[in-house]
Write a protein that binds this ligand. Structure first.
Ligand code: FAD
Length: 450
């Protein structure tokens, strides 16, 4: 009897998690991964740190090689194989090896994990020599090579969490940095009070910020090299530009096969990560997620979500029972010495969604006042009026922010009201927190406003 065959399209976070989990769940399954690039399982999130030099070599960002997948997990990884077409009726894909010829392969189950790609403004052209976007390891390599070989003195970066991480990377190389923000709030994933703290951090690191700016054109020094960025307000001379204006889901393959897309433009899946077509699953940046607070669909291209969704898809494909519960939009980023994190919804989102809410913002030290090394931490909470449910939390601080945002994410997820959070039995010792942890203080202040 021939083995059941899983074909995975896309060999990064979602695809390789799905492939690995399906194989573990059902070792008899034949698993083939088609990846159009020459690598799989790469850490895109590490690209800003490769550009800064914290990560020395590009290869350091590759978690597992195709050979290791073959030898250790018995997964047939085919790099430089691009899937061109899916024929759901005949359970077949059409693919091309190294951009030559066309061949077909059959599947019993298919996992689409085609990810996302960088949004590019219409003025951008691939042929530009000193204007870059950032989505793949090779993009990071091009930027670092440009810095090392051309020694630019000034860079224009668009705002957004990746742009701000890159601003830090460019300062590490001694470049003068101008950040262009499209809105008055330079990082709309957080509210203005938190964005103000980021602005202060940029000033401290001599980064120039210009708000309400949109890049409209370039002025050229010669063909392929720009000398000025033209915005809606002014022209800025520069010798390097990084356009990081977001990502869009790579869904053409799915759409052409008759797979439903949702309101966000990404693929619609159910809790099992199954699409509307039988035996076709999808996971990662190409799908939209159910947001557990807003109860709306969201496009949240984040690596941790892609890994979890891939695992759920793999569990179901392998014959197990997996459910993806949805997301809270939890995210964290480091901007110079500042950690910025969020979970749930922002105040702006709460307003747009018509929630009846209160907010409160506190700033407190992260250790007992007499113990050295404590850092100030600002916490903004958005709380539903009446029942005290946490709708969202944002943090900004120079100390450890990830542990507290993760605690808050659990509390948003469980629906624990602030009236209970203020008396939660959290750990205390002077080197780690004050007697009232900032989590309890934030809840206490919010509870008093309800
Ligand atoms: P992708 O990583 O996009 O992989 C999709 C794969 O499918 C690609 O390898 C592509 O070549 C392949 N493919 C597409 N179409 C085909 C086809 N037709 N045939 C064959 N192969 C195909 N997330 C976080 O959570 N935290 C962070 O700090 C963070 N930092 C980031 C920093 C940067 C600079 C970038 C670019 C992203 C960052 N992300 C971060 C986002 C994170 O990298 C993505 O969410 C994650 O890579 C998504 O994984 P994926 O497998 O869904 O898609």
């Amino acid at each position: 009897m021939s083995k059941d065959k899983l074909v995975v399209v896309g060999g990064d976070a979602a695809g390789m998690s799905g492939a690995s989990k399906a194989k573990r769940e059902n070792p008899d399954l034949e698993v083939i991964v088609f990846e159009k690039k020459d690598i799989v399982s790469f850490g895109l999130c590490g690209v800003p740190y490769y550009v800064s030099g914290v990560v020395k070599n590009l290869e350091d960002l590759i978690a597992i090689t195709p050979e290791q997948f073959r030898e250790k997990r018995n997964i047939d990884v085919r790099t430089e194989h691009e899937v061109l077409n899916i024929d759901p009726e005949n359970k077949q894909i059409v693919f091309q090896k190294q951009q030559k010829g066309e061949t077909t392969a059959n599947y019993d189950k298919l996992l689409i994990a085609t990810g996302a790609r960088a949004k590019k403004p219409s003025i951008y052209k691939e042929s530009l020599k000193n204007v870059f976007t950032l989505r793949w390891l090779t993009d990071g390599e091009k930027v670092r090579n440009f810095i090392e070989k051309k020694a630019p003195e000034h860079v224009v970066v668009t705002s957004g969490y990746i742009g701000l991480e890159m601003a830090e990377a460019f300062r590490e190389h001694g470049l003068e940095v101008t950040v262009l923000a499209k809105y008055d709030n330079l990082l709309p994933m957080v509210d203005q009070e938190i964005a103000d703290i980021i602005e202060e951090e940029l000033r401290e690191h001599d980064v120039e910020l210009r708000k309400d700016r949109v890049v409209t054109d370039f002025k050229y020094k010669n063909e392929g090299t720009i000398s000025e960025v033209i915005t809606n307000k002014e022209s800025i001379e520069t010798d390097l530009v990084l356009l990081s204006i977001g990502a869009k889901p790579a869904v053409e393959l799915a759409k052409d096969a008759g797979i439903n897309l949702g309101s966000t433009g990404a693929i619609t899946v159910d809790e099992r990560m199954q699409t509307n077509l039988k035996d076709i699953y999808a996971a990662g940046d190409c799908v939209e997620c159910a947001h557990l607070v807003s109860e709306e669909k969201a496009f949240l291209p984040l690596g941790d979500i892609a890994n979890r969704q891939g695992r759920v898809a793999g569990t179901n494909i392998g014959g197990g029972e997996g459910r993806f519960p949805g997301v809270l939009g939890t995210a964290i980023t480091k901007i110079f010495d500042l950690g910025i994190a969020r979970t749930g919804i922002t105040e702006k989102e709460a307003k747009e969604l018509d929630f009846d809410y209160i907010t409160s913002t506190i700033t407190q030290g992260t250790r007992a006042f007499y113990y050295p090394g404590g850092k100030r931490l600002t916490i903004k909470v958005i709380v539903e009026r009446g029942n005290g449910r946490l709708l969202g939390v944002q943090l900004a601080g120079k100390g450890e922010v990830s542990l507290r945002i993760n605690a808050f994410a659990s509390l948003v997820s469980s629906g624990t009201p602030v009236q209970e959070i203020q008396y939660l039995d959290l750990a205390y010792a002077p080197p780690y927190s004050p007697a009232w942890d900032p989590i309890q203080t934030a809840a206490k202040v919010a509870a008093s406003k309800l």
